[in-house]
Ligand binder design. Structure first.
Ligand SMILES: NC(=O)c1ccc[n+]([C@@H]2O[C@H](COP(=O)([O-])OP(=O)(O)OC[C@H]3O[C@@H](n4cnc5c(N)ncnc54)[C@H](OP(=O)(O)O)[C@@H]3O)[C@@H](O)[C@H]2O)c1
Length: 301
């Protein structure tokens, strides 16, 4: 299958491109810089130069492919409205280009806010609707096109899709620990996060593209619920720093933007995904990756 991938140079995207190419697919990756374009070409992928907001380019990439993976995101946490608007705009542009084709369209999503008081599962609908909601309501916007002949599939990633080279949430939390001289958790640290190794997430995205029916919600979740206090303890151990509770009211001041999320419950299961696609995660667990030093080059004490 010829696959158009946005975010092909990103953390999940680059591993997914590797997985797609190894499985015999061909890839065109969206690249906004010379460095991203060169990295893709070195792997044997074709490049479409453009920005996430160049909607004509995005439409062209989608129209010329047999399947689309949308993994780009601006992640500009200081300007969430613009990030969400770009996310929604790109999802609409891709879906419009695929109308009537029955081609697969896998879009990135998350597990935050799907359930209260229990781990979320694939049957939980995404409550975020409309441009002003989380991620611009992009999961539901993508599903709007299922009735118009688009095989839309949501890949809901664990809040930590981890591994060596990850620059996501755990890296930001580890950097905050290094800067503050303590490894913090929010409140009691009893809220939990789901986790998945990036190579397992990449394989799931590829299996979803190949096999998942329209309207599927896939959970890229290997570990259901890791208490955030255990994450802070592993980071403290790795950096040789004391571990301490941070008052929820001080979380953003202490951690930066990630303080909005570190105290949130983001546990999730993946039983339905495993049954649907025969996907079984095989990569190391999050605490194992932290202990192996995936998030820090130097101990500070
Ligand atoms: N990682 C996680 O744990 C996690 C958890 C839940 C959901 N997700 C979602 O999964 C998706 C992939 O995440 P990720 O961790 O792989 O993200 P990432 O490493 O930050 O990669 C983002 C990708 O988007 C591209 N990009 C950013 N701004 C762009 C723009 N203006 N125009 C074109 N391309 C642009 C980047 O290109 P450059 O290489 O040129 O910068 C990069 O390829 C995102 O939607 C993310 O929100 C991730």
């Amino acid at each position: 299958m010829h696959v158009f991938v946005t975010g092909a140079s990103g953390w999940i995207g680059s591993h997914t491109v590797d997985d797609l190419l190894a499985a015999g697919h061909t890839v065109t990756g969206l690249a906004r810089s010379d460095a991203s374009a060169a990295a893709l070409q070195a792997k044997g992928a074709a490049v479409l130069r453009g920005d996430l907001d160049d909607l004509d380019t995005i439409r062209r990439g989608a129209a010329e492919a047999e399947g689309v993976l949308h993994l780009a995101n601006k992640h500009d946490w200081a300007n969430a409205a613009a990030t969400n608007a770009s996310e929604r705009g790109a999802v609409e542009a891709i879906a419009e280009a695929l109308v009537g084709s029955d081609r697969p369209f896998v879009l990135a999503s998350g597990v935050a806010g799907l359930a209260q008081g229990r781990p979320s599962n694939e049957s939980d609908p995404n409550p975020f609707v409309g441009p002003d909601s989380m991620r611009g309501g992009s999961e539901n916007r993508g599903f709007d096109f299922v009735d118009q002949g688009v095989r839309t599939i949501a890949a809901r990633f664990s809040p930590t899709t981890h591994g060596i080279g990850d620059h996501g949430f755990i890296k930001v939390i580890a950097d905050a620990a290094r800067e503050r001289g303590v490894s913090g958790y929010v409140g009691e640290g009893t809220n939990s996060w789901a986790a998945v190794h990036v190579t397992d997430a990449a394989r799931l995205v590829r299996l979803g593209l190949e096999q998942a029916p329209a309207g599927s919600r896939l959970h890229a979740v290997a570990e259901t619920a890791i208490p955030t206090r255990a994450i802070a303890e592993a980071i403290g151990e790795g950096l040789g720093l004391p571990v301490t509770s941070i008052d929820p009211a001080d979380a953003v001041a202490h951690f930066g933007f990630i303080g909005q999320f570190f105290g949130m419950e983001m546990s999730a299961t993946s039983d339905e995904t495993r049954k649907l696609l025969g996907w079984e995660p095989t990569g190391p667990g999050l605490l194992e990756d932290i202990a192996a030093g995936a998030y820090f080059d130097v101990r500070v004490a």
